[in-house]
Each structure stands twice: as C-alpha cells, then as structure tokens.
Design a protein around this ligand. Sequence first.
Ligand code: AHR
Length: 495
Amino acid sequence: AQQKATVAIHPAEGKQVINKEIYGQFAEHLGTCIYGGLWVGEDSPIPNVKGYRTDVFEALKKLKVPVLRWPGGCFADEYHWMDGIGPREKRPKMVNNNWGGTVEDNSFGTHEFLNLCEMLGCEPYISGNVGSGTVEELAKWVEYMTSEQGSPMAKLRKENGREKPWKVKYLGVGNESWGCGGNMLPEYYADLYRRYQTYCRNYDGNQLFKIASGASDYDYRWTEVLMQKAGNLMNGLSLHYYTVPGWTGSKGSATKFTTEDYYWTMGKCREIEDVVKRHIAIMDKYDPEKRVGLMVDEWGTWWDEEPGTIPGHLYQQNTLRDAFVASLTLDIFHKYTDRIKMTNIAQVANVLQAMILTKDDKMVLTPTYHVFEMYNVHQDATYLPLDLQCERKIVRDDRIVPLVSATASRDKAGVIHISLSNIDLEESQDITLTLDDVKAKSVTGRILTADRIDDYNSFDNPDVVTPKTFTGAKITKNGLQINLPAKSIVVLEVK
Ligand code: AHR
C-alpha cells in the first residue's frame, strides 16, 4: 500500500544558515566513551595515532564533526582539570562517582582533548566545573588553555609541552546545575553564573562564547530566571532533552520493542519541537534580537543498558529506530537555526545514542552515525522553508505524529539537498515535491533503511543498516516525484 504526501520547498525564501554546530558531538568521561572509545594510549596494541584509535578517528573525520563537548555531563562538575595535566604516570586518580564508581586515571586530560580537536578540525566545547570547583580553578583553566605568554598558567602549559595556546571558543559554566551539577535553584545558579563567568577572561585575541547551564525538558521557569537575571552576560543558554520513556524504572530495551513503543518514541522525539519553541518564546521576550543562542547540548535516546554491561556505563545498542530519532530531531533543529546555535547529541562513542560502538579492537558505525554522515551536507547551508502535508498518526500519550518529516537546504555551490524520513513501518509514500521556480536538472540520492525497524549493526554484522544508492526520485515539470519506501531515510542531491 502507498500513501500520498506533498512537500513544497521555497528556495527563494531561504535566509538563515544552518549553524554547522547543530551537528555537534559530546564526549564524557563515562563508561568507555573516552577510554576504549576515543583513546587507547600510544602503547596500545589497538592501532592508534598518538593514542587516539585510528578507526574511530577516521570515522569522525568523515562525519565532519564541527564541535566536541567535554569532559561532561555530570562528570564535569566533579572534574579538577589540574589532575589531568603533566606526566601521565604522576596524575592522581579519582572515582567517577556519577558513572559506576569507575576509577579514572586522568590519562586523558586537557592536552589530549584539545589536541584531538585540532586533529579533527573541530571547535572544542569545554564544560567547566561550577558544582564542586572554585572560581579560581575555572579562571585558571581558561588561562592555561588560551593565554599566549607571560601568565603563570601559560608557563605551566609550556612546561607540559605545549608552546602555543589552543583556540577555545565555547565554555560551559556548569552542567545541569539544577541536578548533578549542584542541585541549585535557578536564582542561586544565576548569581553563580554571573560570578564565575566574570573571571573567565578573553586572553590574547581568544574570544570566549559563554554558555550558561540551562533547563531540562519542560522546566521553563529555569530559562525564565536565567534570561531575566543573567541573559545579558551570556552568549548561550543550554537545554537538555532526551527521548526517554521516564527517569524511574525501566527505560525499555534498545533493541526489543513493540510497534507501539516505536511510534511512541517517534512522538516523544518530535515533542522536542514544542519544547524548544516554548524555551525560545521565553528567550525572545528578554532577547528579541536573538543574540543569545539556545544550545541543546544534550539530546538523543536513552534506553536500558545492554544486559551484561557495567551498570552506570550507559552502553546501549542503536537500531533504525534511533536513526529516525536523529533525522527527525535534526529536521526540527534546522527550522529554528536562527536561535539554535549548537546541539550535541549524547554521546560520540559507546554511551547512549552513540555514533560509534567499540569492543577491544573492533568498531561499528551505528545507524545514527549514518544519519549524521548523510546529513552533513546541510552544515552551514542555507535553510529552505517548506510546507509539508502528509498522513498523521495518534500514538500513545495522545501525541499526533506526522508520518513524513522533511528538511531542505542550499549549499554554497548552489546544490539543493533534501532529506526525507518516512516513519511508517508498513507503507511507502508517494511524494509530490515542488521547488517553485527552481528547475531540477539532475537528482541523485542515498537511502538508509533495513528489513526490520529493530535491525542494528553488531561487531559480527556491521553492515546491516548502511546507506545505499537511492533511485526512487524522478524529475517532473515542477520538481520531483519520489517513492519513499516504508521506514526509510533518504537524502537527495538536486542540481
Ligand atoms: O549524557 C549522560 C548524562 O545525562 C550527562 O552526564 C548529564 O548531563 C545528563 O543527565
């Protein structure tokens, strides 16, 4: 069976640029995200470049990661950066209290992180400790990373082998300060934010973009208080939104779920649009010029940990269902790119909705990775507004879910990219797509789909869900006619 949908793209109305930082990643000292995922050390038998896993590094290069957030998450508010510099064998150990009580040996620290960002060609996003750290500690970290010469911290950095400062733009002043970052009330945190950020200086031409710790999900009061009391002192305010069935009890399996669970997930994921709209409306009240960015610096699916893995390490598999959460959410972020300046999916490797899973010397790319790779054509391209009409479905919790999602952009070379997701498990979509005055001369595409919605890539079968060539789009007088198969994600290139 087939359904009908229409997509009307308006290329002449394109104004906003899709901030490439919307495609940001997040790496926390949690489970095997850093150790085993990104970093194995120079002496490891696992092939590596200066201690970074070669396979993971190359996969991330291909992804065009624009920005990487580190060291947390909750870990950030217990992290003392001075423990992670100097000779590795002398670095003190600590207990990672948030994440399974694992012993952290601090062998991956500031140098290891900032050098990785340089090698990947991405912006670092440092998440500073406000919950258990001092103003002095954070101020000195900024000085250590970014001051050129003469300062005590620049001297220390040079003694540790790095002559020139790094370029560090994004600085988070605390993380989830309403929870693991100190259990604060918004009024108290607003004052702390004002104080801590005062001493985070711009050294030697480095310009910080200061991000206040923001709300979770539906906590609109947090955004209100922060904007009112400290909006003038911040460049960005964060927001966390997870596609999670609930915070108590089971969150459900990543790989074993019913059709009803699947459609519920689509509804919950799409609800982020209402949530960002409400936070944006509050920000608009205090900042109508849209100077302050909304930074959705944690998002993605959160399922039960895979059976047999270490509790607290948040290791989960990733199916075609997760790929839809990625494509639908990115489609939404594109729409609000005038306010959303950055987002960071949680997390880059081996944690939550990961791009990459590793086990010893093996690596797999998840369906979510493939969405990010297929979608990276939208980075820094001009967002093209569109009207979409399609069937809808009412899912558990009374959410109404459109079965098709779409986004379009035009890149600097004038090429139009259109992404389409058909979340219907059974039926394909016959899509009539118009492009106003633009006449398509050629169309090519790639498709991500699988036999089953719960298919995933494993270490034994790493290519179950991978992009293939798509030939279901034909040029018509007014645009394109597309046959979008059930449960598929397509990215088209129109010239
Ligand atoms: O991403 C995992 C955790 O989720 C982060 O550490 C925390 O900020 C959030 O609660």
